[in-house]
Design a binder for this molecule. Structure first.
Ligand code: ADP
Ligand code: MG
Length: 499
């Protein structure tokens, strides 16, 4: 490529706190009724005084620590002055000189490190609603004063794909930490991208800033679009304008919104109504001890189960499924020990580890493909399995039954569905519903005989060397047994009888 792209991100995330940043109005992003969660403080009435939300400060520090930021020992809030109808005070309380976190980094999968310039804490503005079928706009202040984290990266990205990866990982980290639900469709996470193409002498070119991106895919696509557009402008002998651009999700294109000739003068100054913040090392370390396992650490740990990369990713993103899987895996390790001790499977599985891995693989496949339709996961994907009736112990029993071919895969699915509804253990359900796999030649003998008698054409074809006819005959036996016959056994029986 002739022009090296240079890309930096600015990401805002609404914090998941009970109340707003400087008052006790509720922070409820799901509140549908406008102007309910408001009070004189977040409405900016004269004479009111803000009070710092300790939990919001803790959450931003936690996010900073998760991304290897240094944490400011001394910091303060500042007023960012500007007028806008959704900003009741006429200024936003933010941080400028001394962000809570600075000089962090987050690694991409290829090992490339994206440097994080700063993470600071501020308050959100209200929401303007246009096009309500009237010739005026209305404003909802429920969001005004909600704690907002802003993260700024260095211009370290080179492609839309890298932007996608970073945004997804950040989203996952914020969810793991419980810092934010980070849902872009709901506006809980907002990504702005800055893009330029490097000049021939290696200096930075003029950048365009893209706003109003409503999904991570849109952010990635807007980067790739913008790289092409700027390249075409430059190749045509044109100049890149310094401007803010929007994203048209239908045309999949950016469009000019407004030019940004000179920097705004926000007249930042320290917020006189709030005390400065001071943290001792011990304060920061106390917060560090509350860091949970991070997605990157979890991926490494889950490798030990012998899972595929894809499965590891699913168990990392859907943390509740991964937690469940781990519980089942430990049950299955016990089962593997027992089988091996009893010499049952020693020939086939020379080591206990080998046997355990097969059981792990089986259970991972079942959890990933069969669980999601059985669960009504409420809220975020990371929620624990509330109200899910299948205990890991009962599920492990089911895996052992499948492993020992006491249940066919059709039978297993029926049992699983019943387990989800009743919470019963698999053996009880198999007995009651007569779902066990038929591995008893006596019981299958007459079925195989009748299928052979009824399908003389297929029998002849098979004898003439047509392998597909054998599959057909096996299929007929499976159907007659309502899927309960052991397929390997049926194959052997049919072959034997036709010899
Ligand atoms: P501004 O003063 O325009 O807000 P900043 O220096 O604060 O610019 O940077 C804002 C964002 O733009 C950061 O994410 C930064 O990495 C990115 N950025 C800065 N310079 C460039 C550039 N030349 N090309 C692309 N992105 C850039
Ligand atoms: Mg800036």
């Amino acid at each position: 490529m002739k022009y090296q792209p240079v890309i930096g991100l600015e990401i805002h995330a609404e914090l998941k706190t009970k109340t707003k940043m400087f008052c006790d109005s509720l922070n409820d992003p799901d509140e549908k009724h406008p102007n309910i969660n408001v009070c004189p403080i977040c409405m900016g009435h004269p004479g009111t005084l803000p009070v710092i939300n300790r939990e919001a400060v803790r959450k931003v520090i936690l996010a900073g620590l998760a991304m290897d930021c240094s944490i400011a020992h001394d910091t303060f809030f500042e007023r960012k002055n500007y007028f806008y109808p959704d900003l009741p005070k006429g200024y936003q309380i933010s941080q400028y000189e001394k962000p809570l976190g600075y000089k962090g980094e987050l690694a991409l999968k290829n090992g490339k490190k994206i440097q994080i310039t700063r993470i600071h804490l501020e308050e959100d503005a209200g929401k303007l609603l246009h096009d309500q079928g009237e010739d005026f706009s209305v404003v909802d202040f429920n969001r005004a004063g909600v704690p907002l984290m802003e993260l700024v990266t260095e211009p370290d990205f080179e492609s839309g794909e890298q932007v996608r990866e970073f945004a997804q990982e950040l989203q996952l980290i914020l969810r793991y930490l419980g810092v934010s639900d980070a849902d872009m469709e709901k506006g809980l996470m907002r990504v702005e991208v800055n893009i330029s193409l490097m000049n021939a002498d290696g200096s930075y070119g003029t950048k365009a800033e893209i706003k109003n991106l409503n999904s991570i895919s849109a952010a990635a696509a807007s980067v790739d679009y913008e790289i092409k557009r700027q390249q075409e402008v430059l190749e045509g002998g044109g100049k890149i304008a310094q401007e803010t651009r929007g994203w048209d999700d239908i045309k999949k294109a950016t469009f000019s919104q407004r030019s940004k000739e000179e920097a705004h003068d926000y007249r930042y100054f320290p917020e006189p109504d709030l005390p400065p913040l001071h943290f001792e090392d011990a304060d920061i370390e106390a917060i560090r001890t509350t860091l949970p396992e991070l997605p990157s650490q979890r991926r490494i740990r889950f490798k030990n189960y012998g899972l595929t990369g894809n499965q590891i990713e699913i168990f990392t993103i859907a943390r509740h499924l991964g937690n469940y899987y781990e519980h089942v895996a430990s049950e299955l390790d016990e089962a593997a020990k027992d089988f091996h001790k009893k010499k049952e499977l020693k020939g086939e599985f020379p080591s206990e580890q080998h046997l355990a891995e097969r059981l792990h693989e089986l259970s991972a496949n079942y959890i990933i493909t069969e669980f999601p339709p059985l669960m009504n996961a409420k809220g975020s994907e990371l929620d624990e399995l509330e109200g899910f009736k299948i205990s890991p112990e009962a599920f492990a029993e089911l895996m052992v039954l499948i492993f020992h071919k006491e249940l066919s895969s059709t039978g297993a699915k029926a049992v699983l569905k019943e387990m989800a509804e009743t919470g019963l253990h698999p053996e009880a359900i198999m007995k009651e519903k007569n779902l066990g796999q038929v591995s008893d030649t006596g019981a299958l003998d007459s079925v195989v005989d009748s299928v052979i008698a009824k399908n003389t054409k297929a029998v002849e074809d098979y004898k003439a060397g047509k392998e597909a006819s054998l599959k057909f005959l096996i299929g007929m036996v499976m159907r007659e047994s309502q899927g309960r016959a052991n397929p390997q056994m049926v194959e052997e029986m049919v072959k034997l009888k036709l010899k």
